[in-house]
Design a protein. Structure first.
Length: 452
């Protein structure tokens, strides 16, 4: 074995499930790989709970104090950037960046408009009509990761569907960088999207500011808090669940590539490195039927890393969280994907649609050789705020539906209640809830007795 091959084998650990045949889901090694979660450890949950309590009691000054302790605040101490300043930042954007942002916004909006739910009316029996009326959330709080890097694309992904849904107020929170400044592209994107205000804070304190509002700054509590973030953001959102509506908790970004010949190993290697670039704790996993192809992808990864600007960080991420899973056939590969439920799934096989048809658990799927994950991150219009940690087994991407709810409106006539009378009173009696039955019977009794 050459030195080059030895390095590759060490970088991308292998999990050989070929002996399990077409259904490797019972293999304890796969179970261990798939058994993860987006929920932070209890110590972070407890610390986030304490920070939230401070923010609820102390408001803006408590947020500023937390930023001094943990970072994320502006150098000049300001907590909120208003619409006029955001609008000015939009005007100041470099023309190519402005054009790219507008293009991304347009594509996300185009996809989102098709998602807006419609109200429906169903007649259950004659005289009983139920309307399912869709209503947007009034006030949205959107968290956008920041700090060492800025993510205007995540701002687009959280704000555009809220706008399409019809939210009346959208306030964004995002931390400043280590030097105490905010990225001008992020500010400009906020201006283009006409958000009401931008709270400059990160972590649990930012989530608290969105959820509890900042009365001294004229910012009301959000009805819904959304957006990806680190363990502190996720912990804070989970602590608030039950008091404030949240979207899904999001852990480290993760990607899986299902590929086999004739796919290009260099292309597949690039997709794995793309995922590793999300962070040092981001899993990047190749599932393949071919040992030779796995070797080629491993070498391609090493070749690409040699020229990568952030080689050490990427190599660390791949070394800790990169995997190559070998399976017997494509049926087994599909089973591995569904067991793992990745946030991102790239499919690069000769007949990709056959594979797509078998996928039940994935956040966003990229089909074919011309569909890199980065296209979805920035430009296709699909939302990149996605379920992680296996949550794709039960939920999907952030969407317009997230920013609204259905109100059930029940219209019942005398004739309708009469047709349901026996069902209601019988079941109420069976449950021992006699007042429920009385609420029905008293209506007919009063009618029989006539006017007093």
């Amino acid at each position: 074995m050459t030195g080059r091959r030895a390095v590759t084998a060490e970088l991308l650990a292998r999990l050989d499930l070929r002996a399990a045949g077409t259904d490797p889901t019972g293999d304890e090694r796969l179970v261990a790989l798939a058994r993860r979660g987006a929920v932070p450890d209890p110590a972070i949950r407890q610390a986030a709970r304490e920070i939230l309590a401070e923010i609820e009691r102390g408001g803006g000054p408590a947020v500023a104090d937390a930023s001094r302790r943990f970072g994320g605040g502006l150098a000049d101490g300001r907590l909120v950037i208003r619409r006029d300043e955001l609008a000015a930042a939009a005007v100041a954007l470099d023309p190519p960046v402005r054009t790219a942002l507008l293009g991304a916004i347009a594509n996300v909006r185009r996809f989102a408009r098709r998602q807006r739910p419609a109200s429906t009316v169903t007649q259950i029996v004659r005289g009983v009509e139920i309307q399912r009326r869709w209503v947007p959330v009034t006030r949205v709080g959107a968290y956008v990761p920041g700090g060492a890097a800025a993510y205007p694309s995540s701002l687009v992904m959280t704000v555009v569907p809220a706008r399409v849904a019809g939210a009346e107020s959208i306030v964004v929170a995002s931390p400043a960088g280590p030097d105490g400044s905010l990225n001008p592209v992020l500010l400009g994107a906020a201006g283009l999207l006409e958000v009401d205000a931008l709270i400059v804070a990160g972590g649990a304190q930012a989530i608290g500011a969105l959820a509890f509002g900042l009365p001294d700054e004229g910012i009301e509590p959000a009805d819904l808090v959304v957006g990806p973030g680190n363990a502190w953001v996720t912990a804070a959102k989970l602590e608030l669940a039950g008091r404030t509506a949240i979207d899904l908790p999001a852990g480290p970004s993760e990607g899986m590539v299902l590929a086999e010949p004739p796919a290009d190993p260099l292309r597949v290697g690039a997709d794995l490195i793309t995922q590793a670039e999300h962070g040092a704790d981001s899993p990047a996993i190749l599932v393949t039927t071919s040992t030779d192809f796995a070797d080629e992808v491993g070498h391609a990864v090493e070749t690409l890393l040699e020229a990568a600007p952030r080689r050490e960080i990427l190599a660390h991420s791949l070394g800790e969280h990169g995997r190559i899973v070998l399976v017997a056939d494509l049926e087994a590969a599909i089973a591995v994907v569904n067991a793992y439920a990745p946030e991102h799934l790239s499919i690069d096989v000769e007949d990709p649609e056959r594979v797509v048809a078998g996928i039940r658990n994935a956040g966003s799927v990229f089909v074919g050789p011309w569909a890199p994950e980065s296209a979805g991150d920035y430009a296709t219009g699909a939302n990149h705020v996605l379920p992680t940690g296996g949550l794709a087994r039960g939920c999907g991407a952030l969407a317009v539906e997230t920013f609204g709810k259905f109100i059930q409106v029940q219209r019942i006539t005398r004739e309708g209640l009469a047709s349901l009378r026996t069902t209601i009173t019988t079941l109420a009696g069976a449950e021992g809830l006699h007042a429920h039955a009385q609420a029905v019977e008293i209506r007919f009794r009063k009618e029989a007795e006539g006017p007093a």
